[in-house]
Write a protein of this length. Structure first.
Length: 463
């Protein structure tokens, strides 16, 4: 007896999943929904205040062999057939169907050296990572199977490894990171023995590819409070393996602040929207903290008058992003945000200086930059600087509403105009003249007319 209603779980099962289950049953086979789809529906049932469950793929386990599954459905992709998994395509959606299996040793710390098929559901669930992921649901009989008491752990908000945690972690080095991530995304505590097994399992973790680590980080960034995952990584040694430059922030406290730079980064990250690249930037913004100047309390941590803090942080964030194989788009976004995470000199300057800052940040990135600036100041509890930031934000948005010319593409003249009308030759002189005209319109956007700019170009070339 599980003591939990299956009404919501039953209602959530897609029709296609029931169709697959019926087809397998009619051929003499059994099947069960397994994994995150079952776990999250049950978690929503137990804790309705969490809101709607996370959208997960619906996966099925079955006692049918892969070749038998292939014969039962018209469209099947052998996605991982060597490990018993095929994908059934039905109604425009793919559903993984995996044969019940056991596993041998894990020489590479990721995949089993060999698998063998079994007929016992409990034997299949025994190989899974955490008890909350080892719950199966018979979608046709409306029955839950929970041999490792995962539902009790859901109730207690406890993340516990199935069986011996050291063995589970040795099988796949990613599981220690997944445990940290799930603690955050499911809002759970790691069970004591499970947590204690993380540090001794770091040799397996060191074998995990950067891409898999990045994917887990990105999932953690979507948690309500991603710092829960990163605090586990910090305390149990994962961060020292993956991002030692972040761990070093633990020993840095800037002038005017009463919290170390790593804790400030965690708090900043939590205050940002659940956008992985944005939160990655929030996590990395403190990487230049060792370049922060000494100064009056509240001044140095808020501003970056010479740009040294932002430049150092951006360089280190770029290196970490490259190591974790972020996409080029996400890497460039992170670097821009981190470079400008502090209030710039133009915070108290005039509009021309503000437009030059906008040109450097770009209108496409300015809201990201403002978000991290504001989150960081809130995390640091710098109320006076936060008021200045709010005024600066309003000025920035007002400027953007006016759509001022910021680049050569925004000019009322083109390089061809300068060649045809002013007589400039193609080459460096033309480029320098266009740059000078951009400077003119940054100072005075009303000068962005064809006649005015051509006149400026004539004066520039005659000097």
């Amino acid at each position: 007896m599980t003591g939990i209603s299956t009404a919501a779980l039953r209602a959530a099962v897609p029709d296609a999943v029931r169709t697959i289950a019926r087809t397998l049953r009619d051929a003499g086979f059994r099947s069960w929904a397994v994994g995150g789809c079952v776990r999250d529906e049950l978690l929503a049932e137990l804790f309705p205040e969490r809101g709607a469950p996370t959208k997960n793929d619906w996966d099925l386990a079955t006692d049918a062999r892969p070749e038998q599954v292939q014969k039962l459905f018209r469209r099947v992709i052998p996605t991982g057939i060597q490990h018993g998994t095929v994908t059934v395509l039905l109604r425009g959606q793919g559903y993984e169907v995996t044969t019940l299996r056991g596993e041998t040793t894990y020489s590479d710390g990721r995949r089993p050296d060999d698998v063998f098929f079994v007929s016992d559901l409990a034997a299949d669930l025994e190989r899974r990572d955490f008890t909350v992921n080892a719950i199966a649901y018979d979608v046709l009989a409306d029955e839950l199977h929970d041999p490792f008491h995962g539902i009790d752990d859901l109730r207690r908000r406890l993340l516990r490894a199935v069986g011996d945690p050291a063995r589970r972690f040795a099988e796949d080095g990613l599981r220690v990171l997944r445990g940290a991530r799930l603690a955050a995304t499911l809002d759970m505590d790691l069970e004591e023995a499970t947590r204690a097994a993380i540090a001794p399992s770091l040799d397996s973790y060191r074998q995990v590819s950067a891409e898999r680590i990045r994917d887990e980080w990105y999932k953690a960034f979507k948690a309500r409070q991603p710092s829960r995952a990163f605090e586990i990584m910090r305390d149990e040694g994962l961060l020292a393996v993956t991002a030692p430059e972040l761990l070093r922030l633990r020993d840095l406290v800037e002038a005017g602040l009463d919290v170390d730079a790593l804790t400030l980064s965690f708090r900043t990250m939590d205050l940002l929207p659940a956008d992985p690249a944005l939160r990655f930037a929030g996590l990395c913004h403190g990487l230049g903290a060792d370049h922060a100047p000494d100064g009056a309390p509240g001044a140095a941590p808020a501003e970056d008058a010479q740009g040294g803090v932002g430049a150092a942080a951006a360089s280190r964030a770029r290196a970490l992003a490259a190591r974790l194989r972020l996409s080029n788009a996400d890497r460039d976004r992170v670097v821009t945000i981190v470079r400008h995470h502090r209030l710039p000199p133009c915070v108290d300057g005039g509009d021309p200086e503000l437009r030059r800052w906008l040109r450097e940040v770009t209108p496409q990135r300015v809201e990201d930059v403002l978000a991290v600036q504001g989150a960081r100041l809130r995390a640091a509890q710098q109320d006076a600087a936060l008021e200045r930031w709010a005024a600066f934000r309003d000025r920035v948005r007002a400027q953007l509403e006016e759509a001022p010319p910021l680049t050569a593409r925004d000019l009322a003249v083109t390089g061809r105009d300068l060649m045809d009308v002013v007589g400039l030759p193609p080459g460096p002189v033309l480029g320098r003249t266009l740059d000078a005209l951009v400077g003119v319109v940054l100072d005075d956007p009303s000068a962005n007319t064809r006649e005015t700019l051509l006149e400026h170009a004539r004066r520039l070339t005659s000097d």
